[in-house]
Write a protein that binds this ligand. Structure first.
Ligand code: NAI
Ligand code: MG
Length: 366
């Protein structure tokens, strides 16, 4: 049976970068015999324009039935004034919520060709390849009570950090499974020194480890110290697992170790489906970039690497995923750069479609 892939290009540069992903998918189908059943649909503002809401029910059903969903980006100035209930972002939130995507995977990888690009020293980031697993569906962004209340004669803003054992255990399992497929090392980050939820987090991660993954090396670190260590010597880590709030910040910090927003993929995974594969949504970290939409300046690599993560985590095509990453590194090493990757002394930037073509051509050469 062909793997079912649902593609949701979305808004702004979303459709532009997705066009380049389609070239890569077509190459793998033609040259490596990967059979995909690809379907495309609307999300975000594009869906609002047609359906009056940012994700139609039929699209939600297709997402639930797919082996993987690949999304471009949503949003843009045209939709900024819409009511909150139909804003483009709500389409993405609905996907995450109804597919119950609780584990957000954000890799921080330094491509050899870009080792000079970061503001950090080459020996600190050269060869870097770490993965941050952020809990995505609970914690302080969702806990009740929440709101702005009157207390005496002043206002008080309240959010509640709340985690159940089950929520911690399942994201811990995602991290340990990943670690087994990588370098067998997990560092869990929380603030057990000052937060009850942090104490529970540390205990549950340790319990899941001892009972189910004793072969994986587990360490614990306070999240603030973890942030410091990520910048000081990131290569000490392999898989980091942390909660929603700390993960939001730590994954942004880790992302910038290596360069441009145009290079960053992500995956959000849920529980295994009947076929044993996790529910999965893959998307670049960047948004719809209205400032460059329609100019051919968008870097398609973040979205292409998101497809690469789908090859690896949904379709089990590890060799093909590695080949794709090598092709991207080789194209960058040839000096081909989109505008966001230009450095002093570089030649003319290449366009979105030239970058896609160059990656496909390189796949054929490797
Ligand atoms: P953004 O990520 O769209 O853009 C930030 C900056 O990075 C811009 O200068 C943009 O030109 C540049 N950039 C982003 N992706 C790039 C790429 N692939 N190649 C080259 N340059 C790139 O974030 P911003 O400007 O805060 O938000 C724009 C819109 O996107 C808003 O409507 C926002 O709500 C939405 N958004 C959507 C997300 C999603 O769909 N997951 C995530 C973040 C923002
Ligand atoms: Mg963030």
């Amino acid at each position: 049976m062909p793997d079912k892939l649902l593609i949701l290009p979305g808004d702004g540069i979303g459709p532009e970068v997705m066009t380049e992903v389609r070239k890569v998918i077509d190459w793998f189908a033609a040259e490596k015999g990967l059979a995909f059943e690809v379907e495309e649909d609307l999300v975000g503002g594009a869906a609002y324009d047609v359906h009056g809401k940012p994700l139609a029910d039929e699209t939600m059903e297709k997402a639930q039935a797919a082996d993987a969903v690949l999304l471009g980006a949503v949003g843009g100035p045209k939709y900024d004034k819409l009511d909150f209930s139909v804003k483009p972002e709500r389409g993405l939130l609905r996907l995450r919520k109804e597919m119950d995507l609780f584990a957000n995977l954000r890799p921080a990888v330094c491509f050899d060709a870009l080792a000079d690009f970061s503001s950090l020293k080459k020996d600190v980031i050269g060869g870097l390849d770490i993965m941050i697993v952020r809990e995505l569906t609970s914690g302080v962004y969702f806990g009740e009570p929440r709101g702005i209340f009157k207390e005496g004669n002043e206002r008080v803003g309240i959010n509640t950090q709340r985690y159940t054992e089950g929520e911690i255990a399942r994201v811990a399992r995602s991290a340990f499974e990943l670690a087994r497929a990588r370098n067998n090392k997990v560092c869990s980050m929380e603030k057990a020194n000052v937060m009850e939820s942090g104490i529970l987090w540390r205990d549950v991660v340790q319990e899941v480890h001892d009972a189910e993954y004793p072969d994986v090396e587990l360490t614990h670190m306070y999240a603030d110290a973890g942030g410091m260590q990520l910048v000081r010597w990131p290569k000490q880590f392999d898989v980091i697992v942390t909660d929603n709030l700390f993960g939001d910040m730590l994954s942004d910090v880790a992302a910038m170790l290596t360069g441009s927003l145009g290079m960053l993929p992500s995956a959000s995974l849920g529980l295994p489906m009947a076929n044993g594969r996790p529910k999965a949504l893959y998307e670049p970290v960047h948004g719809s970039a209205p400032d460059i939409a329609g100019t051919g300046k968008a870097n398609p690599i973040a979205c292409i690497l998101s497809f690469g993560m789908a090859l690896r985590y949904s379709f089990g095509k590890l060799d093909e995923a590695a080949l794709l990453e090598r092709a991207i590194d080789a194209v960058l090493a040839d000096g081909k750069r989109t505008a966001d990757l230009m450095q002093a002394g570089d030649k003319q930037p290449v366009s979105t479609s030239e970058m896609g073509d160059a990656i496909v051509a390189k796949l054929g050469e490797l």
